[in-house]
Design a protein around this ligand. Structure first.
Ligand SMILES: CC(=O)N[C@H]1[C@@H](OP(=O)(O)OP(=O)(O)OC[C@H]2O[C@@H](n3ccc(=O)[nH]c3=O)[C@H](O)[C@@H]2O)O[C@H](CO)[C@@H](O)[C@@H]1O
Ligand SMILES: C=C(OP(=O)(O)O)C(=O)O
Length: 508
C-alpha cells in the first residue's frame, strides 16, 4: 500500500489499477457515477482528489494500491551517513522462486525448494497455492519449502486478492492448462511500472492449445486439446513468457522447439528444475530451447534456488553510494558481467575471486569485493537488454551510481513505460536527475545526499534505490511503506545493519 502524494502519481495509479481490472474509462466512470472525461482528467493528473474520492476509486477498482497511508505499513528510519564494511551473502532470487512455485504445480510428487527467500512475493504465491488445496510447508529451520499438489485442485476457491498482488500469477497458465479443462485467473498485478504485455503469453500458450479470453479483470482459459505446434516462436524474449511456454511444453509429449526464448537466470533455474523432474531440455542459456515433455511428472525432488543477480547488484550499489569496501559473496557472475564492465569503465575498483557453484550445481558464483572509488560518468547511454544484455532490473541502480559519479549520464529505460519516473524521487535526496521523456533520464553527479522523509515509490527497484541513497545521506531519513521492498528482498534492513548501517523499522 502506498501513501499518495501528487495528482500525477494518483492518476498513474488509477490508470494502472483500472487497466489491471480490465475496465475502460467509461466503465470506471459509470461505477463512480461520473463522466469519462472526469476519469480522463484524474488519470492525466489534472484533478485534485478528496480523500473520499480516492477511497471510492479504491473500492471500485478493488485495488489495495490506492489506499492513502496504510495504517500498519512497515516504515524505515535510516541514520546516515553510513560507512559499510564486511561481507554479505547474496540470497536466492525472487524471480526464480516464483517460477519454481508455479512449476511445482506440474509435479505429482513432492517438490522441496531449498533456500527459498522469505519475501512477500513468495508469501502471496504460497497463499494462492494453499487456497487451491496445495500443501505448502516450511521446514523447521524455515530454509526450505515443501509443496505437494493434490489430485484435484480447488480452483474456485483461489485467493484472488493475493493473486492480484503479483505479476507471477500469470505463470499459473502454463501448468494449469494440463490440470483443468477450463479455469480463470485474475489479471496479473505487481509493481506500478505501467502496462505490461500479456499478448506474448496468450500467443505462446495458444500454440499448445490454450485459449484465453481476457475480460473484466480475469483471464478465462480453456484447454482446447488440439494438437500442439512443434516449433513456437515467441514474439518477445520475455522471461515469464518463456517460463510459461516451458511449463506448457514440460507436460506436452514429444519435442517442442522454443525460439526467441529468454536465456535469463530464472529461466535457467526453471530448466534445471524441470530436468530433475524428467523433462529433457537442450539449449539452456541460449535463445533456442528443445524440450521433450512427459504426459506425467511425478518425482520427489529437492531443488536449490540460485542466487539473485539483482540483489548482488543492489549490494554493489550500496557499496558504491556509501564509498565503502564491501564483499558480496555468492554473486552469480554470468548475470553481472556487463554491469561490472560498465562499472569498471566508470572507474570502480573491485576484485573478483575464484568461481564456485551454487547449490543447484549449475550456476557459477564468485565473491566480489568493491573498493571505495571516485567514479566518472559513463560516456555512452546506459540501457538494458534481454539477457545477455545489462539486466532490465539492474538498470535503476545505475541512476544512483550515476548520481555519485562526476559528470552527466544518460539512462535509457526503454522497457517500462512508468519506471524511470519513479527515479525522479532521487531529487528529493539532493540528486540532479532530469526526466527527458518517460524513458530517458539525465543524471548529473556527484551528489551531496541529504536526508528526507519520503514514501516508497510503488516499484521495487526504484524503492531500493531510494533506500540505498538514504544510507549515504547525512541525518535521519524516513522511508515509509516498504512493502514493495519486502516483496523482493529478505530482511534487507537487518542485513544492511550487520554491515554497519543504522536502520530501524517502525509500523504505522
Ligand atoms: C517474475 C519475473 O520474472 N519478473 C521479471 C520478468 O517479468 P516479465 O517476464 O513478466 O516481464 P514482461 O513480460 O512484463 O516484460 C517487461 C517489459 O519488457 C518488454 N519486453 C520484454 C522482452 C522483449 O523482448 N521485448 C520487450 O519489449 C515487455 O513488453 C514488457 O513491457 O522480466 C522482466 C524483464 O526482465 C523483469 O523486470 C521482471 O523482474
Ligand atoms: C519488475 C520486477 O518484478 P515483477 O515482475 O515481479 O513485477 C522486478 O523484480 O524488478
Amino acid at each position: 500500500m502506498t501513501q499518495l502524494t501528487t495528482a500525477a502519481s494518483i492518476g498513474r495509479l488509477v490508470r494502472d489499477a483500472r487497466k489491471q481490472r480490465g475496465l475502460t474509462q467509461h466503465e470506471l466512470a459509470s461505477l463512480l457515477s461520473t463522466s469519462q472525461s472526469a476519469i480522463h482528467r484524474i488519470e492525466s493528473g489534472n484533478q485534485n482528489l478528496s480523500l473520499e474520492m480516492i477511497n471510492r476509486i479504491a473500492q471500485a477498482l478493488e485495488s489495495p494500491l490506492i489506499v492513502p497511508g496504510g495504517r500498519n505499513a512497515m516504515n524505515l528510519s535510516i541514520t546516515g551517513e553510513t560507512a559499510l564494511h564486511g561481507s554479505i551473502t547474496t540470497r536466492s532470487s525472487k524471480n526464480a522462486a516464483v517460477a519454481l512455485l508455479c512449476a511445482s504445480l506440474l509435479n505429482r510428487g513432492r517438490t522441496r525448494l531449498r533456500g527459498i527467500a522469505h519475501i512477500e512475493e513468495v508469501n502471496r504465491l504460497i497463499e494462492v497455492l494453499q487456497s487451491i488445496g496445495v500443501q505448502v510447508t516450511w521446514s523447521s529451520d524455515e530454509a526450505d519449502l515443501t509443496i505437494v499438489r493434490p489430485e484435484v485442485l480447488d480452483l474456485a476457491n483461489m485467493d484472488v486478492s493475493a493473486a492480484r498482488r503479483t505479476r507471477s500469477i500469470i505463470m499459473f497458465l502454463g501448468p494449469l492448462m494440463h490440470l483443468a479443462d477450463s479455469f480463470r485467473l485474475p489479471y496479473a498485478g505487481g509493481c506500478q511500472l505501467g502496462a505490461r504485455t500479456v499478448e506474448p503469453h496468450m500467443q505462446a500458450l495458444h500454440a499448445f492449445g490454450l485459449d484465453v479470453i481476457a475480460t473484466e479483470g480475469y483471464y478465462n482459459a480453456t484447454a482446447l486439446h488440439s494438437h500442439p505446434q512443434h516449433t513456437i516462436v515467441l514474439t518477445e524474449r520475455g522471461d515469464t513468457v518463456t517460463e510459461n511456454a516451458l511449463m506448457a511444453a514440460a507436460m506436452t509429449p514429444g519435442e517442442t522447439v522454443l525460439r526467441n526464448a529468454s536465456p535469463n537466470y530464472m529461466v535457467q533455474d526453471l530448466c534445471v528444475f524441470l530436468m530433475m523432474l524428467g523433462v529433457e531440455i537442450e539449449g539452456i542459456g541460449t535463445t533456442t530451447l528443445r524440450i521433450k515433455g512427459q504426459a506425467e511428472l511425478n518425482k520427489d525432488v529437492t531443488y536449490t534456488i540460485s542466487e539473485d543477480p539483482i540483489e548482488a547488484m543492489s549490494l554493489i550499489t550500496a557499496a558504491v553510494v556509501t564509498h565503502s569496501e564491501l564483499t558480496i559473496t555468492r554473486a552469480p557472475i554470468e548475470f553481472l558481467e556487463i554491469e561490472l564492465a560498465i562499472l569498471h569503465e566508470m572507474g570502480l575498483r573491485f576484485s573478483i575471486g575464484q568461481e564456485y557453484r551454487s547449490g543447484n550445481d549449475f550456476t557459477r558464483l564468485v565473491d566480489i569485493t568493491v573498493k571505495p572509488s571516485q567514479l566518472h560518468a559513463h560516456e555512452d547511454k546506459i540501457h538494458p537488454m534481454p539477457f545477455p544484455g545489462l539486466n532490465i532490473d539492474n538498470l535503476p541502480f545505475f541512476a544512483v551510481i550515476a548520481a555519485t559519479a562526476d559528470g552527466q549520464t544518460l539512462i535509457h529505460d526503454w522497457v517500462y513505460e512508468n519506471r524511470a519516473i519513479h527515479l525522479l524521487e532521487l531529487t528529493k535526496l539532493g540528486a540532479n536527475v532530469q526526466l527527458l521523456d518517460p524513458h530517458r533520464l539525465n543524471v548529473i553527479g556527484p551528489t551531496a545526499w541529504r536526508a528526507r522523509d519520503m514514501v516508497s515509490p510503488p516499484a521495487l527497484r526504484p524503492a531500493v534505490c531510494i533506500l540505498l541513497a538514504m544510507l549515504a545521506a547525512r541525518g535521519e531519513s524516513v522511508l515509509r511503506d516498504v512493502y514493495v521492498i519486502n516483496r523482493g528482498y529478505e530482511d534487507l534492513p537487518t542485513r544492511l545493519n550487520n554491515l554497519g548501517a543504522e536502520i530501524t523499522q517502525f509500523f504505522g
